[in-house]
Design a protein around this ligand. Structure first.
Ligand code: BDP
Length: 712
């Protein structure tokens, strides 16, 4: 068990009851659709049934006079089966239906389109793998939104920005890899949860991605994706006309620049007929953008969109635009305001095939953030929400952190963009403002590691991302259970234990890394991994928490702070503005308070910081105990792999706990009521030992090493 098969293990079914039930499944399959994607579906069905039930399906060309699996589009199948006459499936949806016809039982997999046939096939196989009854099906599913993409931040040299699972599956040494087997497997995994697009290169796009030579190579990736209905997209550098073809400008309003984009788009579609579109990071973190010419993001986005329009392509323009040279001395400076301040005034100015790609929170994938107010601030603009599957600020796949509960909270959050409820999921689905396009994009960053994301339990985030993109009404519990059954089997104790661990993990991680909405208290400028309280402050990046000897938190109120809260509609704004109604878990995101301020829980802020860090580290240690109950119930390879990671995590949680508690103890001067912070009765400091060949060194920032010292 390397983990490579992920949730598509199709493990042989041994349960006698299930085997009996599945004995009556058809022995024959027919696909009445002859597209490439439908043929992948038929092959997948044969593969899954073979692997789970040790039975080889006979693939026949015409509807046979016996029980059969029947694949096709709803439109085609309607003429044969009257049971499919009424009932709608749209988008990439599917209909699984058992139909009785001329004395035979047909298991029909009908897709609204070719992709729907494939998604329906995966859905059916997933039900079998979970031992569900499939003898009398009548399930119709339609995805919530048309854009269900993953982004990969892969560089052409083979490295991956914020990737924690090995090198790129796409690129090496400046070129597309010769062997794209893993790319094909990746597309299959993505398709199995309904993902229909993948942007393959870093949003910090290399200047020559769009060169003729590069496009020819990139077309091979699109070829590997195509059988699975995954369309390839590319991050583009807005200065491409200059960097690729030496134009003397990249001003979006210059006709030569417009002509360049349009002929580039024509060239791309000649090579890649199903090309999905461009992702754009501009005027952000050092990337050039339309501001170089005094133009707006809408000016730039529309030029690209018009070039793609005739070919059916879209532009995902990222709203992650902010000034990373903010003045930290200015009490009104606030990075959280940036996306709304820049994009809200442009509402209505974007073409119909532009989608604003908005990070779920206003800062940057922290362990806890409020929902971005921009998601509720646009009525005439398509929106896609960006989440991060790769755990940049959430433990980098060394810590267990199941992010589905976090995303689910965001999707369900009512931004009150209208008098009737307007949860984020409805805005993204285009239902609130009748937008033609919308969706969700997850930064996945899988790598060449056999198990794709390094931590065997981290793939639940990729799986869950796809499931939520398809159906945001699914609960985190359902998703965790499904994933566990598919990945580790149906043993009830395994399902229950792993589900419980996953569901608890985000809160555990949050509680030892960042209190009360202050963000992940990590170094902001470097790797974003271990504790680093001071390194967040006194720099231009704006991920501040303003902790000093009296108090902590960013005052984002309208009354006395940066005014960020005013970007929300009422009554959300009023809820955050008032200390009385601001939820504890976002208190320090919204307000600056003293350490002795009393939370709704009745605790002071400082005591909460101590308690939550001790409780979090203890809960991390408890994960080990939980996992150990599964020895012998899951395969040895993955058992051991997870176990050593959990042991590491528990240790690192102590490092976090002590760094944060000691920093706040020293800074506030207020002791921990329970006497724990600053006391380590059983600890032996390495620098106090006699160590041959090692020298004690001072560490900066001091809180990241016990006693501020380490040995080298
Ligand atoms: C931040 C990452 C950085 C990305 C940036 C982005 O640290 O590497 O380039 O987001 O989303 O979280 O553009």
């Amino acid at each position: 068990e390397t983990g490579e098969a992920a949730w598509l293990r199709y493990a042989p079914i041994k349960d006698p009851h299930a085997l009996k039930q599945y004995a009556s499944l058809p022995q024959t399959a027919v696909s009445l659709d002859h597209s490439l994607i439908a043929s992948s579906a038929e092959k997948e069905l044969t593969r899954g049934i073979q692997s789970m039930l040790a039975r080889t399906l006979r693939e026949v060309p015409k509807l046979p006079n016996e029980n059969a699996f029947v694949l096709g589009t709803v439109t085609d199948l309607r003429s044969r089966f009257s049971e499919l006459q009424s009932g709608q499936v749209t988008g990439d949806g599917f209909w699984l239906k058992t139909v009785h016809h001329r004395g035979h039982a047909y298991t029909v997999i009908a897709g609204a389109d070719e992709s729907g046939i494939l998604y329906g096939t995966f859905a059916l196989l997933s039900r079998v793998a979970q031992l569900q009854d499939v003898s009398n099906l009548d399930d119709r599913e339609t995805p919530a939104e048309p854009i269900r993409w993953v982004d990969q931040w892969d560089n052409l040299n083979g490295s991956i920005e914020r990737g924690y699972a090995g090198r790129s599956i796409f690129f090496d040494n400046g070129h597309v890899r010769a062997d794209l087997t893993r790319v094909n497997e990746y597309a299959r995994l993505l398709a199995s949860v309904g993902i229909n697009g993948c942007n393959v290169n870093n949003v910090n796009a290399a200047p020559d991605v769009l060169s003729d030579a590069s496009l020819k190579e990139l077309a091979r990736i699109a070829d590997a994706f195509r059988p699975w209905g995954v369309r390839m997209a590319l991050s583009v550098n807005i200065a491409s006309p200059q960097t690729v073809d030496k134009l003397d400008t990249f001003d979006p309003l210059d006709p030569r620049v417009q002509a360049w984009w349009s002929s580039k788009a024509d060239e791309i579609y000649r090579l890649i007929p199903d090309f999905a579109g461009f992702t754009v990071k501009a005027d952000s973190e050092g990337q050039l953008g339309p501001s170089s010419y005094g133009r707006t993001p809408a000016d730039a986005a529309n030029v690209l969109a018009r070039a793609l329009k005739a070919h059916g392509g879209v532009v995902l323009y990222r709203a992650f635009v902010y000034n990373h040279h903010l003045d930290w001395r200015d009490p009104k400076a606030d990075r959280a305001r940036a996306a709304y301040d820049i994009f809200h005034p442009l509402d209505g100015k974007f073409d119909d095939n532009v989608v604003l790609q908005i990070k779920h929170g206003p800062i940057d994938f922290q362990a806890r953030e409020p929902v971005s107010p921009l998601l509720g601030g646009l009525e005439h603009t398509n929106e896609a929400m960006e989440v991060q599957i790769t755990q940049e600020y959430t433990g980098q796949q060394r810590h267990l952190c199941f992010l589905i509960p976090m995303w689910k909270e965001v999707l369900d959050f009512d931004l009150h963009a209208k008098p009737a409820p307007t949860p984020v999921k409805d805005i993204l689905a285009g239902k609130v403002f009748q937008r033609p396009l919308g969706g969700i994009v997850g930064v996945a960053n899988v790598g060449l590691d056999a198990n794709w994301l390094e931590h065997p339990l981290a793939m639940a985030n990729l799986y869950g991302f796809g499931r939520l993109a398809w159906d945001p009404d699914l609960s985190p519990q359902t998703i965790a259970e499904e994933w566990t059954r598919l990945t580790f089997g149906n043993d009830p104790l395994v399902v229950q234990t792993i589900t419980a661990m996953q569901l608890a993990s985000w809160h555990i991680y949050e509680s030892y890394t960042g209190p009360l909405g202050a963000g992940t208290m990590t170094d902001i400028i470097g790797v974003h991994y271990g504790p680093g309280i001071e390194s967040s402050e006194r720099n231009g990046w704006g991920q501040w928490h303003r902790a000093d000897h009296d108090g902590i938190g960013m005052d984002r109120t309208v009354a006395t702070g940066t005014g960020y809260i005013g970007q929300y509609h009422e009554p959300v704004a009023a809820m955050y503005e008032s200390l009385a109604s601001c939820p504890d878990n976002l208190l320090l995101f919204m307000h600056h308070v003293s350490y002795t301020y009393k939370l709704h829980s009745g605790k002071t802020v400082i005591q909460h910081i101590y308690d939550s860090h001790y409780e979090g580290a203890e809960a991390a240690a408890h994960l080990i105990t939980q996992w150990k109950t599964l020895q012998g119930r899951v395969d040895d390879e993955r058992y051991k792999d997870v176990l050593q990671r959990l042991i590491y995590q528990a240790g690192h949680a102590i490092v976090w706990r002590d760094a944060i508690c000691e920093w706040f103890l020293k800074t506030s001067g207020i002791p921990d009521e329970k006497g724990r912070a600053g006391h380590h009765p059983n600890r032996i400091e390495a620098e106090l030992m006699e160590l041959d060949g090692y020298t004690p060194v001072e560490i900066s920032p001091w809180e990241t090493a016990s006693g501020g010292k380490a040995v080298t």
